[in-house]
Design a protein around this ligand. Structure first.
Ligand code: BGC
Length: 364
């Protein structure tokens, strides 16, 4: 693998064997920062398997759901911590038309394509190069998805860099190029639980979203095309409040996702990195901010987790983790009014998301 070409850089990124997939040896990379935070990433699916962050008393705990073995990730994972592509979230009817040609995609949820098809980027083996910088440690993952992969046109070259900074930020940089126009929307599917008890419900976490609108869906979770105001709905997270406050309210949109599972339209000022979300866990005092260059964020409250997901000595039942997947809007290839997800030959897709960790003392 490519990482063997960078022995110097690898000196302080710990590399351990993590089994085998698709006839290739898989590794687990441990990034550590000067403040003691630690991120573990495997080149299978680019999965963030562990992330240790301090509470208000300086005690570190793992804040992401995940497994102990590679086989568990292969056998039964709801995309725990994985990189998602070629298209994060859903494409309706598993098809789209581009430049007069209709493409049929591999269906991965009913009639729709979810998270890039059956073998999306969450299930491929990435080439990995670890590195050490002045202000942190990182891992660059790269992958070439062949023309026609899961039905998508164009040879797509993707690289994703995870960087754990000494300021307690996990930064993710995405880059992609293609030899033929194609839709691309990349994201990261970590399930967070900031409490320090990964088997406990996340409904007591406080959430604020920088979003006045969201994209309502039909019952198969495909956007209707509307950008609906969150005001006076259970989707109003413009002020910090508990995720669980209205999660079980009788509401048609909530019923489509069995809770929150919707794309929020971020109130953006420009094109740079802007705050999208903040989350606080009152008991531990852990706080996470999400910044992104993307126009949307999928807030998923872990409604489809169930007792079959077991790892790290616990059971990941319903709503024990939440995701904040920064993204372009679902089904954009079929929605002319949504921001375009078409990457053209000669252009480079660049996208950045940052999960910043800190603590609050006064909320306990
Ligand atoms: C989707 C959910 C899905 C989850 C895990 C989220 O991005 O919006 O509907 O259950 O991923 O697959």
């Amino acid at each position: 693998m490519a990482n063997e070409t960078a022995p110097d850089a690898a000196k302080s990124v710990i590399i351990e064997p993590f089994g085998e997939a698709g006839g290739r040896e898989i590794s687990l990379y441990t990034l550590t920062n000067k403040a003691g935070m630690m991120a573990r990433i495997t080149n299978y699916g680019g999965i963030l398997t562990h992330l240790f962050a301090p509470d208000a008393d300086g005690r570190f705990a793992d804040v992401v759901l995940g497994y102990d073995t590679l086989q568990d990730y292969i056998d039964n994972s709801p995309y725990f911590g994985a990189l998602i592509g070629r298209y994060g979230n859903r494409i309706g009817g598993a098809s789209f038309t581009l430049d007069g040609k209709t493409y049929a995609l591999v269906k991965s949820q009913g009639e729709n394509t979810l998270h890039g098809g059956k073998t999306g980027f969450h299930g491929v083996v990435w080439d990995a190069v670890p590195f050490v910088a002045d202000n942190g440690q990182g891992l660059t993952l790269s992958h070439v998805s062949p023309d026609g992969d899961e039905g998508f046109p164009g040879t797509l070259s993707v690289s994703v860099t995870y960087f754990l900074s000494d300021n307690n930020e996990l930064q993710i940089d995405y880059k992609a190029t293609t030899d033929k126009a194609t839709p691309v929307a990349l994201t990261q599917h970590a399930y967070f639980n900031l409490s320090g008890d990964l088997g406990s419900p996340i409904t007591g976490h406080l959430l604020r979203l920088e979003a006045d609108r969201f994209t309502p869906t039909d019952e198969t979770q495909i956007p209707t095309g509307d950008l609906a105001p969150v005001k006076e709905t259970p989707f109003d997270f413009r002020r910090l409040r508990a995720i669980g406050e209205e999660i079980d309210a009788s509401d048609e949109q909530l019923s489509h996702g069995a809770g929150y599972d919707h794309n929020f339209v971020l109130n953006r000022k420009g094109k740079g990195l802007e705050l999208a979300a903040e989350v606080e866990e009152p008991k531990s005092g852990r706080r996470m901010e999400v910044l992104t260059t993307e126009p949307g964020v999928q807030f998923y409250s872990g409604n489809f987790l169930d007792d079959s997901y077991r790892g790290k000595g616990t059971v990941f039942g319903k709503r024990t983790g939440f995701c904040l997947e920064t993204q372009h809007f679902p089904d954009s290839p079929n929605q002319p009014d949504f921001p375009s997800t078409i990457l053209k030959r000669g252009d480079t897709l660049r996208s950045q998301t940052l999960y910043r960790f800190s603590t609050v003392k006064n909320r306990r």
